[in-house]
Design a binder for this molecule. Structure first.
Ligand code: C5P
Length: 208
């Protein structure tokens, strides 16, 4: 049985004390993967951004808010895990400067300067020791297979789950599990719980 890290949910990047950028992510896919892994007898640690979904009580839950916090918790946890599944939708950009006070409206357009946040899955991919594995997700609106495979390579993943924008705010998902050569290991459609169960079986079988 394995110890699996699952990143889940969105992250937030604050502009000022009340406003933030985020991603549309409910955490439901992460929660479903965690339940599936626990039911298969694995130990699960979830690093999650702010969500209202309920995670299985038997998973260890580490709550974070920003992408940097998720990165820190994930890298620390991954060192003690066999594998990781990156189901989170971390916010990819953050304001270069965070204002300490609430930004007052002036009637003029507000320009924001954004810089990229660190890529958590790519960092785990670089951190991977012999025997450890990383599975990423890729949400694409076009050329799904090709783009997902490029991401797998760039982020040093072992497998990648390609899905489309219909996954957002939906209880359904339609995914393909791809290996580094772009081979389709599995094509799964159904509610996120069914998709998670089948995905996990395929992932653990492939990784063995
Ligand atoms: O590059 P893109 O965001 O499409 O990649 C999606 C994959 O990368 C997902 O597995 C997601 O959890 C992960 N990711 C990450 N850190 C980021 C952005 C994406 O771990 N900053």
């Amino acid at each position: 049985m394995a110890r699996i890290l699952i990143t889940s949910g969105p992250t937030r990047q604050y502009l000022d004390p009340v406003r933030y950028l985020t991603n549309a992510s409910s955490g439901r896919m992460g929660a479903a993967l965690a339940s599936a892994a626990i039911n298969e007898g694995h130990e699960v640690v979830i690093v999650s951004g702010p969500v209202s979904v309920e995670y299985p009580l038997r998973a260890k839950l580490i709550n974070v808010v920003t992408t940097d916090e998720m990165l820190e918790a994930a890298t620390e946890t991954f060192a003690k895990c066999d594998g990781a599944i990156g189901a989170a939708a971390p916010c990819d950009y953050m304001p270069r400067f965070i204002q300490k006070q609430k930004i007052a409206k002036t009637g003029e357009p507000l320009q924001l300067e954004l810089v990229e946040t660190p890529d958590i899955v790519a960092t785990l991919g670089q951190q991977k020791r012999r025997g450890q594995w990383v599975v990423g997700f890729a949400l694409e609106t076009q050329d799904r297979r090709f783009r997902a495979t490029v991401k797998l390579e760039k982020k040093l993943c072992d497998l990648i789950v390609s899905n489309g924008p219909q996954a957002i705010d939906s209880d359904q998902n339609d995914v393909e599990l791809l290996d580094g050569a772009g081979n389709v290991i599995a094509a799964i459609h159904g509610n996120k719980e069914i998709v998670a169960r089948k995905l996990l079986k395929k992932i653990t079988k492939f990784i063995q």
